[in-house]
Design a protein. Structure first.
Lengths: 348, 542
């Protein structure tokens, strides 16, 4: 993103905040690798620091290859919450994450892990599972856990070419992971594993209502390097996608397009009609649907297969903990204070 | 093969989990406080920093997770240890609470929780067994499952319900398999096979059999001859067993041979008749009825009908619903007699309803236990299925452990003896030297140039000589080394008394420890029952 576009973006945001009378803003820096443009990141943060009437929080997802202790210190001092991408143990990680020269990056990530955990023991790790790494899921999660991370967000690569054989493999991995989860819970260890904890949450908590979601393009939007506005980062590509563009920083939002996209995403999905898992699955996520099917109004078959396998395994695991009346399980999923207390325990 | 395209498909059947959903009552709101399971690390930190109050976040007191701080169904069937593998006594099974003690403590736990249970209650619907204790008022109780009321389905070795009737085909197959095995042994080493019968040669049947075997050559084509010889042997062996018994069964056995000659069918029928338990003859009426039936059998003209009725008689008399106790159960046996007196023999197996009902009324099946468990979990009826096989019934006395002070005392005494001049140290030294000489004399490394036979022989000698020093032959060793022991009789008595006293105290400690363990097990059971009661009450909304 050029300096000019950055200034235009800041100005656009200022206008929008004033127009909508908003005093809280959350900015997520994304890439590629956002730390390539670290100076620009600090430039943006400095610009918003001058607005006394505005509370801004910053997030960033990094692959860790450019992270140094000094840089981490600077980011930490500015209150940037960083999530690290680790796909698993070195073999798994290096299968997809190599540097520009094609060299593996796992050793750099391990170094970054140490730096990040020093500043924030509650650092989140994003672990992306691809068809070729599905069989290694449990080992990967265990590896990440052993590095010292306690917040692990696992997600599938929805743009990949998944087949039935991969889901058969994934099922075995989930079963293995279930044992891992039980073991950790039995030991009263504090951790968050999105694959399991989110599925349990989808039963112990009311389904997310429409207004609580990201509301594609309404509550959340993304600014592409050329200033184009999109509903979510998944739509920001190296090339323009006019059908999903909801405006430009120089011209503001195209309200008609925004509304159209929102309506499209909220449309009933006939293929899901009558499904007993409907209230618990994330078929509403337009970004995933887009990545998987190229459309936002069509449910992703990858999500469908995954949820069917995963929810049953998670439910059976949760049942085992419930039958034992595992106290940790009960607090984790039924105590509203748990997130705060456990975060405190982890950062201690 | 083209790759199958994934498609979104709605599911109409899913696994129904049992953990509470957002629509159920929040488990944290149960009447009993459920403390937050702070990690030990956190508690230590908070305590060190004088931040104990932080542990009260959310109104819960500080505690690391423990088993007893929760309110839950303490007696789900999956913890009951059933089905189980039956094992004989003396097979290393752990000691468990006696049923009477367990029932007593369970009833006490109910009483202390304000619930008076009526004993041996039979509910109008189900289960069709007396509940050990039940309160109609509180809709709660328990059934104690032990050997007196668990039926055969609780045993893992049970292979399915018996076919009603005797299976001659199965028995034939089994016998043929036995012949197959025996013939293989015979082929492998004829002399060894025959000499294996040496110890039994006093019986005529064995003598005759071995004489026949001697003239059969050990080759595959001799199998038919071997089979015939074996059948003849089996028949004669059986004859030796029953002959001269002078009861009605003998008449029937003789009648079988008259009808079918020396055949396998004869042998199998005779063997079953011979095994017919005399337990059934306990009452004169029973005995008379059996005798009358056997008489009728002997008089039957049709061989087919004879076999059919004979099989029924054998099976019916031996049958006891797989419950060993029923063999001596008067009521059960009188119901059997009723069937025998009411119906002709060919209708007996079709008229066992009363026997079935009696069994079902008295015994709990695993299926019924599962239903009780299901009703319990669903909150239909709170009857705890408490089983003697539950691991919580194990009295963990750790009988092999002695307390440190006694262990120390024992070591001290041992040391004192060891250090006593002329007692064990000299003996030990001398023995060690002697053993070293034997070992070096029969060093295996120096045996390599020898033949295998010679090597084996020398190794055997070495083993025999060293065995002499084995602790099991300590008596003779002591005798051998008496000369170098210089203890006086007075000194010996001193040690004897000390050892005896120490042993007595050890025994006493073990006994007390065992009693303590029993009490501990009972207390734990009491606690578990109380948690169950609280849980059940909370489920009932009390």
């Amino acid at each position: 993103m050029s300096h000019n576009t950055i200034d235009q973006s800041i100005s656009f945001l200022d206008n929008e905040l004033q127009r909508l009378d908003i005093s809280e803003l959350s900015i997520t820096f994304f890439g590629g690798e956002p730390l390539i443009e670290k100076d620009k990141i600090f430039y943006i943060i400095d610009a918003f620091e001058q607005r006394a009437d505005l509370t801004v929080s910053y997030r960033m997802s990094t692959n860790g290859t450019m992270l140094t202790a000094d840089l981490m210190q600077r980011l930490y001092s500015k209150g940037v919450f960083i999530s690290l991408s680790i796909d698993g143990h070195p073999d798994v990680h290096d299968a997809h994450r190599v540097d520009a020269g094609g060299k593996p990056t796992s050793h750099k990530v391990e170094q970054a892990s140490k730096i990040m955990l020093q500043y924030n023991p509650a650092t989140n790790v994003t672990c992306v599972i691809s068809p070729d790494t599905a069989s290694q899921l449990c080992e990967s999660v265990d590896y990440i856990y052993n590095l010292g991370f306690r917040y692990i967000t696992t997600t599938l690569d929805y743009s990949a070419d998944w087949g039935l054989e991969h889901f058969a493999m994934l099922k075995k991995s989930y079963q293995k992971l279930a044992k891992w989860y039980l073991q950790k819970m039995d030991r009263n260890e504090r951790f968050y594993l999105s694959f399991f904890d989110e599925r349990i949450r989808s039963r112990t908590h009311k389904p997310i209502s429409a207004h609580e979601r990201c509301l594609i393009g309404v509550k959340q939007f993304s600014i592409a390097p050329n200033g184009e506005l999109y509903p979510c980062i998944q739509f920001v590509k190296t090339h323009s996608l006019p059908e999903f563009m909801i405006g430009h920083v120089t011209e503001g939002f195209d309200e008609a397009c925004k509304t159209h996209l929102h309506q499209q995403s909220e449309k009933e999905k006939p293929e899901c009609a009558g499904c007993k898992l409907e209230s618990r699955c994330s078929k509403w996520c337009s970004c995933i649907n887009f990545m998987s099917t190229g459309r936002i109004d069509k449910a992703s078959p990858i999500v469908c297969y995954n949820e069917k396998i995963l929810i049953e395994i998670v439910d059976r695991t949760a049942d085992k903990l419930w039958k034992k009346r595992n106290n940790h399980f009960i607090h984790k999923h039924y105590n509203e204070d748990y997130q705060v207390i456990s975060h405190f325990e982890i950062t201690l | 093969m083209p790759k199958k395209i994934l498609k979104v498909k709605a599911v109409d059947s899913i696994y129904n989990p049992s953990y509470p959903s957002y629509e159920d009552k929040n488990p944290l709101l149960y009447p009993e406080t459920r403390p937050y399971p702070f990690s030990h690390r956190f508690i230590n930190w908070a305590a060190k920093g004088g931040l104990a109050s932080i542990l009260l976040i959310g109104g819960h007191s500080a505690s690391a997770q423990s088993d007893t701080d929760s309110l839950y169904n303490t007696f789900p069937l999956e913890n009951a240890g059933v089905p189980f593998v039956p094992a004989m006594f003396g097979t290393g099974n752990p000691e468990r609470l006696r049923s009477e003690d367990a029932k007593k403590i369970i009833l006490q736990a109910f009483r202390e929780s304000g619930i008076e249970l009526e004993k041996n209650v039979r509910l109008s619907d189900r289960p069709d067994v007396p509940l050990t204790g039940y309160s109609h008022k509180d809709n709660i109780g328990f059934v104690y499952m032990d050997y007196n009321n668990m039926d055969y389905s609780f045993k893992k070795t049970f292979l399915g319900k018996d076919e009603r009737g005797m299976d001659l085909k199965k028995a034939t197959k089994k016998w043929e398999e036995k012949i197959e095995r025996e013939f293989k042994r015979f082929l492998k080493d004829k002399l060894k096979y025959i000499s294996g019968m040496d110890g039994k040669m006093t019986y005529g049947s064995y003598l005759r059999f071995t004489q026949i075997l001697k003239i059969i050559s050990p080759e595959k084509k001799s199998k038919r001859k071997f089979r015939e010889a074996y059948l003849y042997f089996d028949l004669r062996k059986l004859e030796e067993n029953y002959k001269g018994r002078g009861d009605i069964r003998e008449e029937l056995i003789v009648n079988v041979e008259k009808r079918f000659g020396p055949s396998l069918k004869t042998f199998l029928l005779q063997e079953s008749i011979n095994r017919m338990s005399s337990n059934h003859d306990r009452s004169q009426e029973f005995k008379n009825t059996i005798e009358a039936e056997i008489q009728k059998l002997i008089e039957l003209k049709s061989d087919t009908q004879f076999v059919k009725n004979c099989k029924t008689l054998i099976y019916f008399l031996a049958y006891n619903h797989n419950e060993y106790h029923f063999r001596n159960n008067e009521k059960y046996q009188s119901l059997k007699l009723e069937v025998m007196c009411t119906y002709p023999v060919h209708k007996w197996l079709k008229n066992m309803d009363k026997l079935d009902a009696y069994h079902d009324h008295k015994y709990l099946s695993l299926e019924e236990a599962k239903r009780i468990d299901k009703d319990n979990k669903k909150g239909k009826k709170y009857i705890a299925p408490i089983s003697m096989r539950d691991n919580r019934m194990i009295v963990r006395s750790g009988y092999s452990i002695t307390p440190d002070e006694l262990k120390e005392e024992s070591q001290q005494l041992r040391k004192e003896i060891d250090e006593h001049p002329g007692l064990f140290s000299e003996v030990r030294y001398t023995r060690k030297k002697e053993m070293e000489i034997i070992k070096s004399k029969y060093e295996p490394g120096e045996l390599s140039p020898m033949t295998q036979e010679r090597k084996d022989s020398i190794l055997r000698q070495r083993k025999e000589k060293l065995n002499h020093y084995d602790s099991s032959s300590l008596g003779s060793i002591e005798e051998e080394y008496k000369a170098i022991q210089i203890l006086t009789e007075k000194e010996k008595d001193y040690y004897r008394i000390k050892f005896y006293d120490l042993q007595q105290r050890k025994n006493l400690w073990l006994e007390n420890n065992k009693e303590l363990a029993r009490m501990k097990t009972m207390r734990h059971l009491e606690d578990q029952v109380k948690i169950y009661i609280k849980w059940a009450k909370s489920q009932m909304g009390n």
